[in-house]
Design a protein around this ligand. Structure first.
Ligand SMILES: Cc1ncc(COP(=O)(O)O)c(C=O)c1O
Length: 435
């Protein structure tokens, strides 16, 4: 492969010695590629964020629910949080035990609460109405009711886009701290054991101030209600950001600083309050985003007025973040020489280019006005940092199938971890169809 724009993945040996072209010939284009070493590294950073035995990192499976990746994350010593029956099945099938699963859901049916309670260590509910439903549906009439956790809205939000700020008055999440006494009343009414409290301020913060401030608020709330001695879990949520602007050398979240401050806060508070339980964080993106990269192929280039388009087989159905949040994914460019003596990198003047997909919507843009070396037909593009909220959010819109997912294992071996969908898969739920 010629080095047109690939220094970042080369430095990381992301493809483990395989060329993107060879991987695409073997597994088809587009293709999700994950790197085991990077996944392990980031999982371990979250696991070790706080130096206290009572601290646990809990991977948020909504970021990526591929069971093979979940199995690796579990082997690094993380717990997991799931938020739907589908995620519960994925985490169970990857080996997580009931004790290792936290179920953090919102707005669900009584049947789902019953199933979640059976399958997890504890279920978190995020409104007084859901707490009532939990009390009515889960082991009704039992002498000793089920254990439950409640999600608090700390009033402080954080995140890269309004759509992912998950605390504060404008969001749908959580129970107001002022309603804590009602929480206790409902628990008493149904003999529920309040096992924990949790919160999540939002997704993708690069400065930890709001996270720490919200953590302090949650601890104050528990302390002021005199409940510290009775709880088993205090869960501060996720949101830890990653630097998406790789080629601009964007700085990483300062984990050393955050870890030190957070450790101090938790240590002092648990001593003061004789807290017997565990502290949890729920990172999703930080653990898996950088381990993933989406390969696609350039099918056409053209100019529409002043805009130069590079048109690919990567639609927003399989990479939804740019369309959904105007999110930025850095792009690499790879090209194999067509023949001996050919130099595919020659004459590639940098220019502003807009990268589009193959979906029938004008919003199907993956990168807008990026100054990159000239992109040509048959180039392979690599959309970086696509290991979180990418495949997990994909759809079959326009009836385009989802790509395969492969893993570059620590020793460089390539493993298929999800096959490419087929058109027949898209029809498999429709009764009495013929094709
Ligand atoms: C309750 C909860 N926990 C954890 C997460 C994971 O967030 P992140 O991937 O930003 O770490 C989310 C994301 O939406 C969430 O809603």
């Amino acid at each position: 492969m010629s080095d047109i724009r690939s220094s970042y993945t080369e430095q990381q040996n992301f493809f483990g010695g395989h060329s993107p072209g060879a991987l695409i010939r073997r597994f088809g284009s587009p293709l999700y590629v994950y790197n085991e070493k990077i996944l392990r590294l980031r999982a371990a950073e979250m696991r070790d964020l706080v130096c206290l035995p009572s601290f646990k990192a809990c991977f948020s499976a909504k970021a990526n629910a591929n069971p093979h990746l979940l199995r690796i994350i579990r082997s690094e010593g993380l717990l997991v949080d799931s938020m739907s029956p589908g995620e519960l099945l994925a985490v169970q099938s990857s080996g997580f035990t009931k004790e290792e699963i936290i179920y953090v859901c919102n707005n669900v049916s009584g049947e789902e609460l019953i199933r979640a309670e059976k399958g997890s260590r504890v279920v978190s509910v995020d409104s007084l109405a859901q707490l009532e439903r939990f009390g009515c549906c889960v082991r009704p009439g039992a002498q000793r009711g089920a254990r439950v956790m409640v999600r608090i809205n700390p009033g402080i939000g954080a995140g890269h886009h309004q759509k992912v700020v998950t605390a504060g008055k404008e969001t749908k999440f959580g129970i107001n701290p002022e309603d804590f006494t009602t929480v206790l009343e409902i628990c008493k009414k149904y003999s529920l054991e309040l096992a924990g409290v949790n919160q999540h301020v939002g997704s993708l913060f690069m400065q930890a101030d709001a996270f720490l401030q919200a953590a302090e608020r949650l601890l104050d709330l528990v302390e002021n209600t005199g409940y510290a001695g009775g709880l088993e879990i205090i869960d501060f949520g996720g949101g830890f950001g990653i630097p998406y602007h790789k080629y601009e050398r964007e700085e990483r979240l300062d984990l050393a600083d955050l870890g030190e401050k957070f450790t101090g806060l938790l240590r002092n508070w648990s001593r003061k309050n004789n807290y017997p339980g565990i502290f949890i964080i729920e990172p999703g993106r930080y653990v898996s985003a950088e381990s993933g990269l989406l390969l696609g192929t350039v099918q056409a280039v053209k100019n529409n007025g002043a805009v130069r388009f590079a048109c690919t087989d990567v639609g927003f159905n399989i990479l939804p973040r740019p369309m959904l949040y105007d999110a930025f994914h850095d792009v690499e460019i790879y090209r194999e020489a067509d023949g001996p003596g050919e130099t595919p990198e020659a004459g590639r003047t940098p220019m502003a280019q807009t990268i589009a997909g193959n979906i029938c919507e004008s919003g199907d843009i993956l990168a807008r006005g990026r100054v990159l070396p000239e992109i040509r037909v048959k180039d392979i593009l690599g959309f970086m940092d696509t290991g979180a909220y990418c495949y997990a959010m994909s759809s079959a819109y326009n009836q385009r199938v989802r790509p395969a997912e492969i893993l570059i294992e620590a020793d460089g071996a390539v493993k298929l971890i999800r096959r490419r969908e087929t058109e027949e898969d898209l029809l498999r739920l429709v009764p009495c169809h013929t094709y």
